[in-house]
Design a protein around this ligand. Structure first.
Ligand code: MG
Length: 255
C-alpha cells in the first residue's frame, strides 16, 4: 500500500528532510582532497544529532550482513551506493564521491544523496554528474498526480540511455516518510504508463544511480560497485507529489 501523508505527517517529514538539505550543503565545503570518509561521517553524525534527530542508516539491517555502521553511505568513484565510511578511504583530487544520508526526526524519515567533486575533476566525470542530476530532475518532473511510477522510471531511464550511460541494475527509489523504505519501488528504467498510479500526498525518494560503462553491479558486502570499475554517480531527493509541481523536500534554501 502506498501511504498518503496527512498535513501533520508532512510537517514532520519536511523537518527531517530539511536537516538533510542543510547537511548536504554543509558537506560541499568539507569534501576536499585529504579528508577521509570517516571524518565526513563524524561531521554528519554530529550535525544530525545536534538538531534532535537521528541517522536513519546507522544500524540498518538486511539479512546476511552486520548492521550498517555509518551515518552516511560514502561511495567514491566506481562505488555506486552503500559505501562504508572508513579512516582508510582518503579523498584525492579528481575523485567523485556519492554521499547518501537518511534522517529520522520525531519518527519520520527523509532520504537524499548527492555526488560531489573532489577538487578539479575530469570532463568525463563532470558530464556524468550533470547527466545524473538531470535524470533526477526529469524523474521528479514526472511525479505528478495521475501519472504512474513507470512514468518516473521512463523519464530517468530513457534520458540516461540517450546520453550513452547506464542505470545500475536492481537498485531503485522508493516511498519514504513513515519508514525509510515504503512502497512503491521506483525503478530507474521502465515503460511509461505502467505501475501504481501517483497521487497528491505521496512522498517518494527518487534516486538515479548512473554508471559510465555498464549496468552491471558488483557487490562486496554492503558496498556496491560498477562491475567494470567505471565511474558511478547518484543523486536523490525526497519529494512530495502535489496537485502542482512536486515539492522537493531535501533541498536547502538557496541550493
Ligand atoms: Mg533512498
Amino acid at each position: 500500500m502506498i501511504i498518503l501523508k496527512s498535513p501533520a505527517e508532512l510537517q514532520k517529514i519536511r523537518a527531517a528532510c530539511h536537516i538533510i538539505g542543510e547537511l548536504l550543503n554543509e558537506l560541499a565545503d568539507r569534501i576536499v582532497p585529504g579528508i577521509s570518509t570517516w571524518d565526513l561521517d563524524a561531521f554528519a553524525y554530529d550535525f544530525i544529532t545536534a538538531r534532535g534527530a537521528k541517522p536513519a542508516f546507522k544500524g540498518y539491517k538486511v539479512s546476511g550482513l552486520p548492521p550498517f555502521p555509518g551515518t552516511l553511505c560514502t561511495s567514491p568513484n566506481s562505488g555506486i551506493v552503500h559505501g562504508i565510511p572508513s579512516k582508510q578511504v582518503i579523498l584525492r583530487e579528481g575523485d567523485i564521491i556519492g554521499i547518501d544520508v537518511g534522517v529520522i526526526k520525531d519518527g519520520y524519515y527523509g532520504d537524499a544523496a548527492r555526488t560531489y567533486q573532489v577538487g578539479k575533476i575530469s570532463s568525463a566525470a563532470n558530464r556524468l554528474l550533470e547527466v545524473t542530476s538531470e535524470a533526477l530532475r526529469r524523474g521528479i518532473a514526472a511525479a505528478r498526480p495521475g501519472n504512474r511510477v513507470g512514468d518516473i522510471s521512463h523519464a530517468v531511464g530513457s534520458y540516461v540511455q540517450e546520453q550513452g550511460y547506464f542505470v545500475a541494475d536492481n537498485l531503485t527509489g522508493h516511498g519514504v516518510g513513515c519508514a525509510l523504505h515504503e512502497e512503491p519501488q521506483i525503478p530507474n528504467s521502465g515503460k511509461p504508463g505502467r505501475g501504481p498510479r501517483l497521487d497528491s500526498g505521496m512522498t517518494l525518494a527518487i534516486e538515479p544511480m548512473v554508471n559510465i560503462g555498464t549496468n552491471r553491479v558488483s557487490e562486496k558486502g554492503w558496498e556496491f560497485f560498477t562491475a567494470d570499475g567505471s565511474l558511478s554517480a547518484h543523486f536523490e531527493n525526497s519529494i512530495l507529489v502535489t496537485d502542482d509541481q512536486p515539492e522537493i523536500l531535501t533541498q536547502a534554501e538557496g541550493a
